[in-house]
Design a protein around this ligand. Structure first.
Ligand SMILES: CC(C)(COP(=O)(O)OP(=O)(O)OC[C@H]1O[C@@H](n2cnc3c(N)ncnc32)[C@H](O)[C@@H]1OP(=O)(O)O)[C@@H](O)C(=O)NCCC(=O)NCCS
Length: 171
């Protein structure tokens, strides 16, 4: 789907990458989500999803695939995906590119890797949840061939909710 960009590569995330992925997530989340959700919710969700111990546990479980994007050797983005309870369905759980490096096709490179994993596991559908106000990500997903299939409001504890669209595309 997207061409590999020169100097850029996608590699599997290793246990020893967890702290760097966590730090990159924090940087991207504050740059991107401060206009969409509260600081308190950002902190809550970073702790829930991006604590290095949580990333290491997810990697060790073997239930999720994490990939990292390197640009000239610099950690610049990452993705993760897992099989859902619905047969033939993979969830694109995370897709992040550093704000200084967006719109260069890197998100598409990470997505290509996820699609390859989904195909290798016999999936026919890739789905994701995206905040309804995350307009740039929604634009990117539309460009990647996703369409809105529904919406969901999910209580994530701590007094916070995720107010998301569900988007899907064929694999
Ligand atoms: C969504 C994201 C991963 C896309 O990565 P990327 O490397 O910028 O993506 P690509 O270069 O492959 O595609 C970029 C497309 O995204 C959309 N897009 C990204 N930034 C945009 C912006 N500031 N304004 C409008 N559209 C934008 C456009 O459709 C763009 O395509 P175009 O450049 O041809 O117009 C990246 O923007 C990102 O990390 N966003 C912040 C975190 C996030 O919201 N992640 C998704 C969580 S569900």
């Amino acid at each position: 789907m997207s061409e590999a960009r020169s100097g850029a590569s996608v590699k599997r995330v290793a246990r020893e990458d967890a702290a760097a992925i966590s730090a990159l997530a924090r940087e991207i989340w504050y740059a991107h989500y401060a206009a969409i959700i509260s600081r308190a919710q950002i902190e809550y969700m970073l702790a829930q999803r991006y604590d290095p111990e949580i990333i290491r546990a997810e990697l060790a479980s073997g239930d999720a695939w994490w990939d990292k994007l390197l640009v000239n050797g610099m950690l610049t983005g990452f993705s993760s995906c897992f099989l859902t309870a619905t047969p033939g369905e993979m969830k694109l759980d995370k897709l992040y590119v550093h704000h200084g490096q967006q719109r260069k096709g890197y998100g598409g490179m990470l997505l290509d890797r996820v699609l390859g994993i989904a195909r290798a596991h016999g999936c026919t559908t890739l789905m994701l949840a995206v905040n309804k106000h995350n307009h740039t990500a929604i634009a990117a997903y539309r460009k990647y061939g996703f369409r809105i299939a529904g919406s969901v409001v999910k209580d994530i504890g701590g007094g916070f909710v995720m107010d998301d669209y569900i988007m899907v595309r064929d694999v």
